[in-house]
Design a protein. Structure first.
Length: 287
């Protein structure tokens, strides 16, 4: 009789780790229109710059000073580096904020979040799956831009060494390795934006609010970094280190700035991710 009264907490064969597989979540996100639009925008940027250089003519030194932008047409590697330079400050912030801010909030706005949790998908599993896919798509976006730029630049300007504005050059092979290091650093430096967007996504049912909030706070960080009166306090701002990757494309690379910037970014990101998981675990899901 007692065995008839026993109830199991979960159904036979249920495994929490098998709910909401990464493959399923990835396919869902790849099919969304905003993913395709964001990928198209990033892939189109090198062509826009190519046309701009074709119309504007060969860049040249201004006031006797040569910048990275002035070497854009020197080779495909230079063209790829310039694309990263002009997009790292803002454009690459958009896909990170979009993919990470449109995770939980979009499910809430569609009123499907409670059904996912009732499946049942554990809350931690839901967040891990969505965060992993969002970060993967963010990294893919950052890889897409320089890869397309390298292909376009090589077709237009040829395959050659990366000419350094301060003098000297890096061989094509070395330049490719350094550019991969640059991409990795830019991704790590954007983890703060990812953390902000993801945390806000667990706090609101409006995806645009989470995305816009993350972008807005990132812009505020850039503005504060421009206030030189803050002195050494700016060292604690992730924005202060966003272009530290430029030290990697020197004849003798300097990694100190990149290490400090990565440490600051990862620290902020871990705190924000922890807040997102902690808050969502206690949140009442009504949508």
């Amino acid at each position: 009789m007692s065995t008839l009264l026993e109830r199991t907490e979960t159904a036979d064969g249920y495994r929490a780790s098998r709910t909401l597989p990464l493959r399923v979540e990835l396919v869902r996100q790849l099919k969304r229109r905003r993913t395709l639009v964001m990928g198209s925008v990033l892939a189109a940027l090198p062509f826009v710059l190519l046309i701009a250089f074709a119309i504007g003519g060969q860049p040249g030194a201004r006031n006797g000073r040569i910048t990275l932008l002035d070497t854009a047409t020197a080779s495909g590697a230079n063209f790829a580096a310039v694309n990263l330079f002009v997009s790292a400050g803002f454009l690459l912030v958009i896909p990170v904020a979009l993919f990470c801010g449109d995770t939980v909030a979009s499910e809430a706005s569609w009123s499907s979040l409670r059904y996912l949790l009732a499946a049942p998908v554990p809350r931690a599993r839901l967040l891990w799956s969505k965060l992993t896919v969002a970060l993967g798509l963010s990294l893919a976006a950052m890889v897409l831009l320089p890869v397309v730029a390298l292909a376009v630049g090589t077709a237009a300007y040829g395959w050659g060494p990366l000419e350094i504005p301060t003098g000297g050059a890096l061989s094509a092979g070395t330049a490719a390795q350094r550019l991969f290091a640059v991409i990795a650093y830019i991704f790590v430096s954007q983890l703060v934006t990812a953390g902000l967007a993801f945390w806000l996504s667990t706090k609101t049912d409006a995806p645009l609010g989470a995305v816009g909030g993350a972008v807005g706070l990132t812009i505020v960080g850039n503005v504060l970094d421009a206030v030189t009166a803050l002195g050494h306090w700016r060292d604690f701002l992730p924005a202060h280190w966003q272009f530290a990757w430029a030290d990697a494309i020197q004849p003798t690379p300097e990694w100190g700035g990149m290490i400090q910037g990565a440490a600051v970014s990862v620290t902020y990101a871990l705190v924000l991710f922890a807040l997102a998981f902690r808050g969502f675990r206690r949140k009442d899901i009504v949508s």
